[in-house]
Design a protein around this ligand. Structure first.
Ligand code: XUL
Length: 475
């Protein structure tokens, strides 16, 4: 059986076909928002804004990209063979729809040659959708924290956070009450695209819904009190919540026959990109954690029961395979490592391996108690919360050798990751992915500090794959 996974991320949308019998990816096509859709003037997936804290995108860009990626897929694959569709979107981003939305959705049950952006013209009550990179809601975060204190963390799995959807909705409702009044539905990027495919309002799944500061993760339903304080009448504007594993009633709308699909095939509610990656990397079962070493470093793992980070830095999302998942994001990831590499002035061979060999040869095992450690805070850090102060070392940094500098920074990063994820549980396997996972020094340090087997993951499109796997399970 073939299933399709659609991943709408920050800079591109991907469509991946998966053979569920052979357990193999058959083909992947992508549309890059900046390169392929220059008319939306969003080279990096969002509209330029004079305020660096504001990051918004034109939701019509996502519609246009959806049509284009399905058309590209139709050119290279017999889409009539696809039995089910799943997918995901960048988390937290929200789309605001007006009274025309319902009618536009219903219209998807007829076939016609119009483009998606024309079919959905005039449905937005807010022209620009805030995305996860937006951190302009400091004031709303303060207001939510003042009103609910620790309840947000205990109930929704995360304290109030700038990029989370609740503070973003509150900001819109405060700044544009008429726009808020005209809003009949708020969707996430994931549920917005899923609704378009199904021609009806898709529910928000607990994986992506947990990134809103609105979902009660014990009851798996919207928290009325938090919703009402966030924005008046919000509860009535939210779609339903999809409980993991529940049978889906969503079916592909007739409109999509123009891309060769069989209308009526099942669609599973879309989830967030991180929960989808959890499934795509095979880490949706306890005991396995994934560390993605990218611009920022991300740590995620499945959690059978609901519990939250006492320090409030990590997040809890629903696991699309059932139960929950944790996610901790470390802003000082590869960018910080690159800074250290250029400070030391060494090549990758030394940074990834040579420095570690030199320290080992001097009998300073990375697990020895006297081992040096340094923490790179080039960007203000969120796990733990820490201002941007540069290198903080527990030794005289200036006098240290190049090898000591490299090894101590990696050790500092990995130790921090270990300390900050202990609340989640322990792991016998850690799967590492992302650019910096090529470094043997980092992999060995992770193995020693976590006391776990480290595997290198080679799943380039883990989120899209997760969507396709979830689609397969639903059939
Ligand atoms: C997670 C987060 C990002 C986005 C975009 O909380 O903000 O990982 O999901 O990838």
């Amino acid at each position: 059986m073939y299933t399709l996974g659609i991943d709408s991320s920050t800079q591109s949308i991907k469509a991946l076909v998966y053979d569920t019998d052979a357990k193999k990816v058959v083909t992947t096509v992508a549309v890059n928002f900046g390169k392929d859709l220059p008319e939306f003037k969003s080279p990096d997936g969002f509209l330029p804004n004079a305020d660096p804290l504001v990051r918004r995108a034109d939701p019509r860009m996502w519609l246009s990209a959806l049509g284009k990626v399905l058309s590209r897929l139709h050119e290279v694959f017999d889409t009539s063979k696809i039995a089910a569709i799943g997918g995901d979107g960048q988390q937290h981003g929200s789309v605001y729809l007006n009274k025309n939305w319902g009618e536009a959705l219903a219209g998807m049950s007829t076939a016609d040659p119009f483009l998606l952006i024309d079919r959905f013209a005039g449905v937005a009550s807010r022209a620009e959708a805030p995305i996860w990179m937006d951190s302009s809601t400091g004031e709303e975060v303060k207001e939510l924290t003042a009103r609910f204190g620790d309840k947000l963390r205990r109930v929704t799995g995360s304290p109030a956070i700038e990029r989370f959807t609740g503070p973003q909705i509150r900001k819109f409702a405060k700044e544009d009450p008429a726009g808020w009044e005209a809003t009949t539905k708020v969707h996430l990027v994931s549920s917005f695209l899923c609704s378009v495919l199904a021609g009806e309002d898709a529910p928000i799944d607990t994986g992506d819904g947990a990134g809103m500061n609105l979902l009660n993760l014990e009851k798996l339903d919207w928290d009325l009190e938090i919703c009402e304080f966030t924005a008046p009448g919000l509860r009535a504007k939210l779609p339903a919540v999809a409980v993991p594993g529940a049978k889906t009633n969503l079916r592909l709308a007739k409109y999509f026959e123009k891309f060769g699909f069989k209308a009526g095939i099942p669609i599973v509610p879309f989830t967030g990109d991180n929960p989808a990656s959890l499934v795509g990397t095979g880490a949706d079962k306890p005991g396995v954690a994934v560390i993605s070493l990218g611009t920022s470093d991300t740590f995620f793992a499945a959690m059978p029961e609901f519990k939250t980070d006492p320090d409030g830095c990590g997040h809890v999302f629903g696991n699309p395979s059932g139960g929950f998942m944790s996610l901790a994001c470390f802003k000082n990831g590869s960018l910080a490592r690159e800074k250290v590499r250029s400070m030391v002035g060494c090549d990758y061979k030394f940074f990834d391996e040579g420095a570690f060999e030199e320290i080992a040869a001097n009998n300073q095992s990375p697990t020895a108690n006297h081992q040096l450690r340094a923490f790179p805070y080039f960007e203000s850090e969120i796990t733990p919360i820490h201002a941007a102060t540069g290198i903080e070392a527990d030794f005289d940094w200036e006098k240290a050798s190049d090898a000591e500098k490299v090894v101590s920074v990696i050790r500092g990063q990995v130790l921090n990751m270990f300390e900050r994820t202990r609340w989640i549980g322990s792991f016998d396997t850690i799967r590492v992915t992302g650019g910096a996972s090529r470094s043997k020094g980092i992999r060995d340090t992770i193995a020693e500090v976590f006391g776990a087997k480290v595997e290198t993951l080679d799943v380039p499109d883990s989120a899209a794959l997760g969507g396709a796997i979830l689609a397969g399970r639903a059939v």
